[in-house]
Write a protein that binds this ligand. Structure first.
Ligand code: ATP
Ligand code: FE2
Length: 357
């Protein structure tokens, strides 16, 4: 029996989650939000600092466990905003010293992917669409390989930036989804430029930027801003058209990765995967290709600490059983462990997976 406590603090969310034998016992979080404007890293870090103790004790209470029952403390080491990461790491180190238990440094993006294991997907192509990241990933030869990605901004940040520009606070994704649903197609519907575009709303042509396996979003953002400023279009229709265009780009690249790798499963991850229209489009594509579609539950899609504890447990167990398992855990010299704000998904040796595939 192993009990792992996980700490998440890469950006806007501070969370503590507890996992026992791959079962989530608690997943408590608090998110720094703004009415207007984006995240100010130092403010978000202050939010984490002020909330960490309360969240920690709440997570213990919900899980109904005592501090001394914890076997290891996993925390998000990167990528993320340095002041926020530091807050999480110092809390993790504090607990590690107090409880005399090892630290397990975890890559945040890989945690978003590994939690997909709960869906029973075995060897999927993953569409990881979150705030800062947008990547098409598949596991091959010891690493999560990036088959395609955004060349500029992450799709969540893209949506949030437009939402902020339109005066709808942060995060923008859920508000944009609501608005898009209210867009109505005109009575006489004009010809559509792509078969992936739904005819339910009023589609306004936007640039479509797929370059090989990669996508680019900043040009579309500028175009959307110009259209909004021109006052010729209503926000609902722009929200709808944005979703249709950008999600079609994601689905197209994901489909190409499925074709390239020969894999038969698509797994969604990251906060943007909460979007029901993205689900719908992915399901249509999977059905057409004879692939299976998987997506974790919503609380596990956005930033959360249960996914950190979940991956922490896998890494902790594998470091105990396997001499080549993740390093750093066994030595556990706290002075040598630091944050990695720019760590990339394909920097990480996924030593624990070789046995399961
Ligand atoms: P990263 O994981 O890359 O560091 P992050 O941690 O900021 O980024 P997540 O918490 O995984 O990202 O996701 C947050 C993003 O998800 C925000 O940009 C938010 O607007 C977006 N999002 C949440 N719900 C929806 C939705 N229903 N539709 C579209 N986007 C959504
Ligand atoms: Fe995230």
């Amino acid at each position: 029996m192993t009990i792992i406590l996980g700490i998440e603090s890469t950006a806007h969310t501070f969370g503590v989650g507890i996992v026992k034998n791959e079962k989530i016992l608690s997943n408590v979080k608090r998110t720094y939000t703004t009415e207007k404007g984006g995240i100010i890293p130092l403010e978000a870090a202050k939010h984490h600092q002020q909330n960490k103790n309360e969240i920690y004790f709440e997570a213990l209470e919900i899980a109904n466990i005592k501090e001394k029952e914890i076997d290891a403390i996993a925390f998000s080491q990167g990528p993320g905003l340095a002041p926020c990461l530091l807050e999480g790491m110092s809390f993790a180190k504090e607990l590690s010293k107090k409880l005399n238990k090892p630290l397990v440094p975890v890559n945040h993006c890989i945690a978003h992917l590994e939690i997909g294991k709960l869906t029973k997907a075995r060897d999927p192509v993953m569409l990881y669409a979150s705030g800062a990241n947008t990547q098409i990933i598949a596991y091959e030869a010891g690493k999560y390989r990036i088959f395609g990605e955004t060349l500029d901004i992450g799709v969540g940040n893209f949506i949030d930036t437009f939402a902020r520009y339109a005066g709808i606070g942060f995060p923008g994704g859920p508000a944009i989804e609501r608005l898009a649903k209210e867009s109505k197609a005109p009575q006489v519907y004009p010809e559509k430029s792509s078969s992936k575009i739904s005819t339910k709303g009023n589609y306004i042509e936007l640039p479509y930027k797929v370059k090989g396996m990669d996508i680019a979003l900043s040009g579309i953002l500028t175009n959307l801003k110009q259209k909004l400023e021109s006052e010729k279009y209503i926000l609902k229709d722009l929200a709808y058209s944005m979703q249709e265009t950008v999600f079609a780009m994601l689905v197209e690249t994901a489909e190409r990765a499925l074709a390239h790798t020969g894999k038969k499963e698509l797994l969604l991850g990251g906060g943007v995967a909460c979007n029901s229209r993205l689900h719908e489009m992915c399901k249509i594509m999977c059905k057409e290709r004879g692939a299976k579609f998987f997506c974790p539950e919503r609380p596990l899609l956005v930033d959360n600490a249960a996914m950190i504890a979940f991956l922490g447990e896998i890494m902790f167990k594998s470091s105990k059983d396997d001499p080549e398992g993740p390093s750093g855990i066994k030595e556990n010299d706290l002075n040598k462990i630091d944050i990695l704000p720019r760590q990339r998904t394909d920097d990480v040796e996924v030593t624990w997976k070789k046995k399961t595939l």
